[in-house]
Design a protein around this ligand. Structure first.
Ligand code: F6R
Length: 242
């Protein structure tokens, strides 16, 4: 794992955007794996700016998001569909049909998981997967205990994840209890992975990643088995790492 130490959130976002822009410009029809949450927001702002300035085009880009809640409509401001449109997709020249987010409103959710996997397989590969990490080590919505062999599946969200995400809702009761997520094996098939970690609240998580064992109890640790991961972490996130 290559570790890039940066000062703060701003520097992390700039590094991540520059890394993506460089990679995207090197690849013919790039396939990106995208994350939601607070961590990549700054990077998305910088990508929008770069798109406006003509430094990057999304015309040939295909994207796959990691996850989506079950039971929120696409117009719900807490849905990841809404997030992605609001924070990136509506502001860049990506083509309709080239971005993909699991549909958590399908009646047959199992089938939706299979279809999502199929779409990723048909795209051939994910060139660069962006990841954030939950305090409990989840990646996507793969909670502790998820098999490393998992593919896109439906998950029961843990109390700690619902608690952490309740900051965006009026109360924890409104936070969905289920989600669809790319599986760990699906994520691990990406050619290149960039993990972004910022802030003191992630410091223990990061120390455990860097100093601890690889274990299904701590999903992000699987990244130590991937040969092309770049971790971009700021000083606050690294503050508990020896
Ligand atoms: C979001 C996702 C999650 C988040 C994680 C960290 O698509 O897959 O794994 O990356 O929950 O969230 P933030 O960035 O809000 O701390």
């Amino acid at each position: 794992m290559k570790i890039v130490k940066v000062k703060d959130y701003e520097e992390m976002s700039q590094y991540a955007a520059d890394y993506l822009i460089k990679k995207i410009n090197e690849i013919d029809c790039p396939v990106l794996g995208l994350a939601t949450g607070s961590t990549p927001e700054g990077m998305y702002e910088k990508l929008i700016q770069a798109n406006k300035e003509g430094k990057i085009s999304f015309k040939n880009i295909t994207t796959f998001n990691l996850d989506e809640y079950v039971g929120l409509s696409e117009e719900d401001p807490n849905s990841y569909h809404f997030f992605m449109k609001d924070k990136l997709l509506n502001h860049v020249d990506i083509q309709e049909g080239n971005y993909h987010i699991p549909d958590g409103n399908k009646i047959d959710l199992e089938k939706e998981c299979q279809n999502y996997e199929k779409l990723i397989q048909e795209a051939g590969r994910i060139d660069i997967q962006i990841l954030g990490v939950g305090v409990n080590g989840h990646i996507g919505f793969n909670e502790p205990g998820t098999p490393f062999t998992s593919r896109t599946h439906i998950v029961e969200l843990s109390e700690s994840t619902r608690q952490a995400n309740s900051r965006f809702f009026n109360s924890i009761d409104e936070v969905p209890t289920k989600a669809i997520t790319m599986g760990i094996e699906t994520i691990m098939e990406s050619k290149d992975i960039m993990l972004l970690v910022s802030g003191e609240q992630k410091a223990e998580t990061l120390a455990r990643l860097l100093e601890g064992e690889v274990s299904e109890d701590f999903p992000v640790s699987v990244l130590k088995k991937h040969n092309h991961v770049t971790l971009v972490a700021d000083e606050a996130a690294l503050s508990k790492t020896k």
